[in-house]
Write a protein that binds this ligand. Structure first.
Ligand SMILES: [Zn+2]
Length: 399
């Protein structure tokens, strides 16, 4: 038997009042399981369990995705999204319509952002909570969506997307590279190329690159390369040794692909070659590390090899889906570089010397023109202990 009819649903949403079912208790009587039942024009869920991570700014960061589906037959405008932790009355964050239009992607497709959903359409909000310094992460997140419904010619406030927050400590890594002037490209938490790389793979959404960093190296003059932009050897990072970030076992690798010509992403690359020459390190505890785009002929580990933290496993190259030499590194919950969920991680120790506060656009300019990135130095340098270097920080590994 159908308990709720479509007519009842429309009436309930339009009226914005809880739907009281026949026979349900009245408000003044003790609560029953049928009280508080409301039909809503939007439904939502958090796609993957959020896991907080301590950033190099001393704050806990929570990066996650909230899917919203419009179950009405007309347009919905998401006007406000409010994020709450635990039973707090004060929100952790509030996104207005303009911010939603920057973070909400209909169909989860990056580059397609909008605050509106068409009839029967869904979208994914890419969210980032930066907690005040010293504040610990909540155990649970809830959301309130304030939206306009064309079908009902009315606004509604809908509670949805309750989710537990993971309490496990992120895996601790040693240095992936050597020396100074390593810059964390497309890093956490508001850059978009990795954080929003939500891919529909084998029948499900996956986001293995959520906390990936594209490591490059600056010269003493703040430039990424010297000389011809189209030669891999012009880049300061090219050929740099890549280190095992942990003791562990190599569970996958490839080493036979040639470098791409820098300056543009390759055309028509099969998805299976996106990582280029790569290695996957099982570091235990359910954490796997991907090293991608390694130099042809440099991968010196094979499947089944045991490595020790600090071992050289290859060299930085420009193979696979890469527009310039760099080390793409991320941690995930399974051995497949794409069919996995991206996990946050921290580095045991490093020194953060500067940051490019002008963001991805400035970094891209430097990559295209060969001019220096715009750095703001940390004076004195920041001693990083068990934290994740945030987007475009410049790191000295001290090794
Ligand atoms: Zn990358």
């Amino acid at each position: 038997m159908c308990l709720l009819t479509r007519t009842m649903r429309l009436a309930a949403v339009a009226a914005l009042v809880p739907l009281t079912l026949p026979g349900a208790a009245r408000a003044e009587t003790p609560a029953t399981p049928t009280q508080g039942v409301t039909l809503t024009g939007l439904v939502g869920k958090v796609l993957f369990t959020p896991q907080p991570v301590l950033g190099s700014d001393g704050r806990q960061h929570i990066v996650y995705e909230l899917q919203l589906s419009n179950v009405t037959g007309e347009r919905v405008v998401v006007k406000r999204l409010t994020l709450f932790g635990d039973d707090d009355k004060e929100p952790l964050a509030t996104l207005d319509e303009a911010e939603i239009a920057r973070r909400f992607s209909p169909a989860g497709r990056r580059g397609n952002e909008s605050a509106e959903l068409g009839a029967f359409q869904y979208g994914v909000a890419f969210l980032h909570i930066s907690l005040p310094a010293g504040r610990s992460a909540p155990r649970r997140l809830t959301h309130q969506v304030d939206a306009w419904f064309d079908q009902f010619k009315a606004d509604a406030a809908i509670q949805l997307g309750a989710a537990a927050v993971a309490t496990a400590a992120p895996p601790v890594l040693g240095p992936p590279l050597r020396g100074d002037n390593n810059i964390a490209g497309d890093g956490c938490c508001d850059s978009t190329r990795h954080v929003r790389a939500l891919l529909p793979l084998n029948g499900a959404f996956r986001l293995s690159q959520r906390f990936a960093i594209d490591w490059e190296k600056l010269g003493g003059d703040g430039r990424l390369f010297a000389g011809d932009r189209k030669l891999v050897g012009s880049y300061h990072i090219y050929g740099q040794p890549i280190l095992a970030v942990s003791d562990g076992t190599i569970v996958d690798m490839r080493g036979d692909l040639a470098d791409q010509v820098p300056g543009a992403l390759p055309d028509g690359l099969p998805v299976g070659e996106a990582d280029g020459n790569f290695a996957v390190l099982d570091m235990g505890g359910g954490a796997f590390v991907l090293y991608a785009h390694m130099k042809p002929g440099s991968v010196r580990v094979k499947i089944g090899d045991r490595v020790r933290r600090g071992d050289v496993i290859g060299a930085v190259g420009n193979t696979g889906n890469s527009s310039e030499p760099h080390l793409h590194l991320h941690v995930m919950d399974g051995p497949s570089p794409l069919l996995a969920n991206g996990l946050p991680y921290v580095f045991e120790a490093a020194t953060v010397k500067a940051i490019d506060l002008a963001g991805t656009a400035d970094f891209d300019r430097a990559a295209e023109t060969g001019s220096p990135v715009s750095l703001t130095p940390f004076v004195p340098p920041l001693a990083l202990k068990r934290a994740l270097p945030l987007d475009l920080t410049v790191v000295d590994w001290g090794n």
